[in-house]
Design a protein around this ligand. Structure first.
Ligand SMILES: [Zn+2]
Ligand SMILES: [Zn+2]
Length: 497
């Protein structure tokens, strides 16, 4: 029996309890919308980035990667439009000095000191008038006393200073997206790698946005990680009878959707959303979001945009450098069009966790299990000794852990009874548990020799088989490479009960 998907509170609590995600600087009361990945969170996050890089960069002949710096030349942000347009309209309270997004201020409950009830204080639901006096909100929704300023544009980039002098000439920014580094390095990559269109540049790295209303756990944060691809195509080419940029845009939408399905997101929780014409960025020809049904509702998981030749042209204009490609066939220089599949790592992690979370009933007991794809699971194998008083069992278990840990993240745990240890591993998504018992090592006092096998238990089915220790690495590798459990388990005997 399986019960529904996780709500956000359940995920936040599991994340903290089991070392996935902690609030940043928690002992000082926390930092606004910044989160730290704990011992299991960092493994899960690294695994997401690793499989993304492997599938979209390493395995493709038409892709290369870069790792650019976070601090870039400030003119990059002039050319990209971020300095002038990456803004939200903000209002400030003249009393309590709190700041709100002008377009969000009526979307929160508001504090009201009601003149019809001798100034009693009420909290009134968002957008509703006071039930006593009929007034609507005009003052600060938080303190209920201060007037709000007129809206002002507030830039979302974090500003800082490069070098020892804090003056205007030294101003620079923490990058708000990784994409621009691919554009400004376009010619370096093209020339150094001798590439032919179409080709793409991939990058995973941190970006920063001073969001005024961040929130929903790791869904929207001020410091986050992106996995972005800029895929350059010749706009004069046609593929399957269509303009190359349109063909490749559709291909990337399909490939990205297939990627999320492959690593375990349920098809019912994914959908495509076409941007309307009035919400398209000024440079975009077409943008499609992959949306996921997060615990907060349908929201963007990643966006795939056709950015045309806007970025390369802008950087050519501001830098004075030519950013073109020589089309040998037509003997002409062209500015490539670019298709941009851009995903958030933190958001992907939240989606994978939410989708994997299950509460099941097993023989009258509740079990929480994260049915993460084995390649994403933070711990691949847990080695558990059945009796921790027996030195030979404990020694064998430690030796197996050390051997497997050359290949994967593997843990040893003997701090509870076996049933409890299994539940703990289920809760963090460990796909395989190995138990070392008396049968493995034998019993010298009784003159019994061990069979040299350990029990492998598979997380989802909870089935168990006995596998000879020397075959463990090959068996685990086969399973992690995608072999179905029944096919592998069928070759080995079940444990004696
Ligand atoms: Zn106020
Ligand atoms: Zn009132």
């Amino acid at each position: 029996m399986s019960m529904g998907a996780a709500n956000m509170d359940v995920l936040v609590s599991l994340s903290k309890r089991r070392g996935f995600v902690f609030q940043s600087s928690e002992i000082y009361g926390g930092t606004g919308s910044v989160w730290d990945y704990g011992p299991l969170g960092v493994e899960l996050k690294n695994n997401i980035k690793r499989v993304w890089w492997r599938d979209f960069v390493q395995q493709r002949a038409d892709m290369v990667g870069i790792d650019a710096s976070i601090l870039m030349h400030p003119t990059v942000w002039k050319a990209s439009g971020h300095l002038d347009h990456f803004t939200d309209p903000m209002v400030d309270c003249r009393e309590c000095k709190r700041r709100f997004r002008a377009d969000h201020v009526d979307a929160q409950p508001w504090t009201h000191y009601c003149p019809a009830t001798k100034g009693n204080k009420f909290t009134i639901p968002a957008g509703e008038p006071c039930g006593h006096c009929g007034q609507r909100r005009t003052l600060c929704p938080e303190c209920g006393k201060g007037e709000l300023t007129a809206p002002r544009q507030f830039n979302l980039m974090f500003k800082t200073f490069m070098g020892p002098v804090e003056d205007e000439a030294a101003v620079t920014y923490l990058r708000p997206e990784t994409a621009q580094a691919m554009f400004v390095n376009f010619d370096n990559v093209l020339q150094s790698m001798r590439l032919k269109l179409p080709f793409g540049i991939g990058q995973a790295g941190r970006s920063f946005r001073n969001e005024i209303t961040p929130g929903n756990f790791i869904f929207r944060t001020r410091e986050f990680e992106q996995m972005e691809i800029e895929f350059f195509v010749n706009p004069n080419d046609r593929v399957e009878g269509r303009p190359a940029d349109e063909y490749w845009h559709d291909r990337w939408i399909e490939d990205c959707m297939a990627w999320f399905l492959r690593y375990g997101l349920a098809a019912d929780n994914l959908r495509l959303r076409e941007h309307e014409h009035d919400e398209l960025a000024h440079y975009a020809k077409r943008t499609v979001d992959i949306e996921y049904k997060f615990p907060i509702g349908w929201s963007e998981l990643m966006g795939i945009a056709n950015r045309t030749d806007f970025d390369l042209k802008q950087h050519a204009k501001w830098s004075g450098k030519s950013l073109t490609y020589f089309d040998e066939e037509r003997k002409e220089h062209v500015v490539p069009f670019v298709v941009e599949p851009a995903a958030g790592v933190d958001r992907a992690l939240l989606a994978f966790m939410a989708d994997a979370y299950r509460e099941e009933e097993v023989r009258g007991e509740k079990r929480v299990v994260l049915k993460l794809h084995p390649e994403l699971a933070p711990i691949k194998v847990a080695v558990l000794p059945l009796l921790k008083k027996r030195d030979d069992i404990v020694r064998a278990a430690h030796a197996i852990r050390a051997d497997l840990a050359k290949h994967w993240r593997v843990v040893y745990d003997d701090t509870a009874a076996i049933g409890r240890l299994y539940r703990r591993q289920d809760e963090v998504g460990t796909p395989y548990c190995l138990t070392v018992d008396v049968q493995t090592v034998g019993d010298t006092e009784r003159g019994e020799r061990g069979d040299g096998r350990v029990t492998i238990r598979e997380r989802n089915s909870m089935e168990q088989v006995r596998v000879p220790v020397p075959e463990l690495i090959a068996v685990i590798r086969e399973l992690l490479d995608g072999a179905p459990w029944p096919q592998v388990a069928g070759r080995y005997p079940s444990p004696r009960s």
